[in-house]
Design a protein around this ligand. Structure first.
Ligand SMILES: Cc1ncc(C[n+]2csc(CCOP(=O)(O)OP(=O)(O)O)c2C)c(N)n1
Ligand code: SF4
Ligand SMILES: [Mg+2]
Length: 313
């Protein structure tokens, strides 16, 4: 390897903790992972998602230095503030490009991205499609509350027809997007749906997405009690609704079947809809990098630069 090039370590499928030789490191406790007290409204569904992220960190023995939490802007996107680890509260809608940079340059980390429906599908809609099609390794949890919460009740791209908000006082007239259909058709290689009122299920989906080597997307219904109360009651058995898991005979590798499942009327199904093990951009880039390093083996920095200039002549 040339002294000019930093060696990129191989990505482990699941981030492993660098324990000192011979020393067993204990998993972090919730107290060690929790940062500021969340500023969400009492009863907001986002509390549950945060608590389950803590649980995931605890259960999978992730260490502070391995935890990377990225978000855009919104109530849900305040997430990284509440986690005692590396994290970024980035520009509205731009969490995914930022997370992509981390994912590609630090293969030893597992990147988690949290955000809202507006952040993901409105201002960040373009980035969502491209991150999915490139199959960048990360876990993206969209806390979908069908409204812009932080800015106090505007129609979001997932608000149903007729939803009355500050931007649609007579009721929303634009057809909502279906996040599951969008994720599948954009090329996401892991697509799941859950709801913050079913903690065991949220944890199971987050674990499965984390273990997936590729772009893992989870739509997590998360109620905004302030601006869209009761939106997901139909999916909550405690409120008289039904929580239907993906049928046992559903083939998660069947894209068309997954797309059909995503089209079922609300409250629809919950669980893993789609999974595909195609190579990630991370793996492809690492391969190119290995080849390049082989080509410039033994050369000094200036010689590599000179080679580049010569090539561009
Ligand atoms: C470039 C830009 N445009 C608009 C805003 C205002 N803004 C902040 S959050 C937000 C929507 C958030 O909605 P969502 O992503 O659904 O998150 P929630 O608050 O519902 O969790 C908007 C429009 C902004 N911060 N930056
Ligand atoms: S406004 Fe809605 S989304 Fe925001 S913290 Fe309050 S309940 Fe949660
Ligand atoms: Mg929202």
């Amino acid at each position: 390897m040339s002294e000019a090039i930093v060696e990129i370590p191989q990505r482990e499928n699941v981030p492993s903790a660098p324990a000192a030789p011979g020393a067993e490191r204990k998993g972090l406790t919730k107290k060690e992972i929790a940062a500021d007290h969340p500023t969400w409204c009492p009863g907001c569904g986002d509390f549950s998602v945060l608590a389950l992220y803590f649980k995931l960190i605890e259960k999978r023995k992730l260490w502070h230095e391995n935890i990377t939490t990225v978000a855009g802007i919104g109530c849900s996107s305040r997430f990284p503030y509440f986690v005692q680890a590396h994290g970024v509260h980035y520009i509205h809608g731009r969490a995914l490009p930022f997370a992509t940079g981390i994912s590609l340059s630090r293969p030893d980390l597992h990147v988690f991205v949290f955000g809202g429906d507006g952040d993901a599908f409105s201002i960040g809609g373009n980035h969502f499609n491209h991150t999915a099609r490139k199959n960048i390794k990360m876990t993206y949890v969209v806390m979908d509350n069908w409204v812009y919460g932080l800015t106090k009740k505007q129609t979001s791209p997932t608000s149903p027809l007729g939803f009355k908000s500050k931007t649609d006082q007579w009721g929303a007239v634009d057809y909502p997007i279906n996040p599951m259909k969008q994720a599948i058709s954009a090329g996401a290689t892991f697509v799941a749906r859950t709801t913050s009122t079913n903690p065991n299920h949220v944890l199971a989906m987050m674990e499965a997405a984390m273990d997936h080597d590729g772009f893992g997307f989870i739509e997590c219904l998360s109620e905004c009690v302030e601006f869209y109360e009761g939106a997901f009651d139909a999916a909550n058995p405690r409120k008289g609704g039904v929580f239907k898991e993906v049928p046992k005979d559903h083939d998660v590798h069947d894209e068309l079947a997954a797309y059909k499942l995503a089209g079922v009327d609300f409250p629809g199904y919950f669980g893993i809809f789609y999974k595909n093990n195609k190579p990630t951009k991370n793996a492809k880039e690492a391969e190119i990098q290995r080849g390049m390093m082989e080509k410039v083996k033994g050369l000094k920095d200036w010689q590599i630069l000179q080679k580049n200039f010569d090539r561009m002549k």
